[in-house]
Design a protein around this ligand. Structure first.
Ligand code: MN
Length: 223
């Protein structure tokens, strides 16, 4: 079994790298038996699902052609769980995904906002700030990369990793998105658990390939 997992596509947001994403969905994702779209797939903080689907027909078509798709909801698309599968009849939309690979390794995918204490506290302001930023992105070239390299953000990512390991250490492969910082770490001190973040399609154009009996592989800067 071959799994391809990615997250934080942010379809509909000004800074989503739609061209690379479309190419990935047409050329790479179909090579997998199972595709995991790990949250913030459509950016429902920016628009409603119906209008985002009609504005992104090629991307939606590419997703609908994939064999088996799991859409794990994130903070930007949590409403999707209540919607009928508009994109693909057989798409599974849920909050968490647990899969057992043919080699018996157990994998969990959660978007990861459950670990985001700041978002929990300042949800309203985070959402409003994001919406304002999206409007200004059309005229300003605001670079999130600087913020993601800041000491404050590095701490947020470290906390996310600690909490993931604390909560899900009974799984062989722990996967999430949300922070937009991709990594694929093997934790030998915890019996070889893999801790993976699938990154995003805003800054890193990243995804992860998982195949039976092989080490997970992280691909970044896909274009
Ligand atoms: Mn996101």
């Amino acid at each position: 079994m071959k799994i391809i997992a990615t997250s934080d596509l942010h379809i509909g947001a000004e800074d989503c790298n739609v061209n690379s994403l479309r190419k990935f969905l047409i050329e790479e994702a179909p090579k997998a038996d199972v595709v995991i779209l790990g949250g913030d797939v459509f950016d429902l903080w920016i628009g409603n699902l119906g209008s985002l689907i009609s504005k992104n027909k090629k991307i939606v078509e590419a997703i609908s052609r994939l064999k088996e798709v799991y859409w794990i909801t994130g903070n930007h698309d949590s409403e999707a769980i209540n919607l009928s599968p508009l994109i693909k009849k057989s798409i599974t939309i849920q909050e968490k995904l647990v899969l057992t690979l043919s080699d018996n390794r157990k994998l969990i995918f959660t978007h990861g906002h459950e670990f985001d204490e700041e978002l929990g506290k300042y949800y309203f302001w985070a959402k409003l700030g994001y919406q304002i930023l999206n409007v200004f992105r059309r005229t300003w070239d605001f670079d999130l990369t600087d913020f993601h390299k800041s000491e404050r953000y590095i701490k947020i990512v470290e906390r996310h990793k600690e909490k993931s390991l604390e909560t899900y250490n009974n799984y062989g492969i722990i996967m999430s998105g949300h922070t937009h910082v991709p990594y694929c770490e093997k934790h030998d001190e915890l019996g070889g658990i893999y801790l993976i973040n699938t990154g995003d399609w805003v800054e890193s154009n990243s995804y992860v390939i998982i195949e039976d009996g092989k080490d997970p592989e992280l691909i970044t800067n896909y274009s």
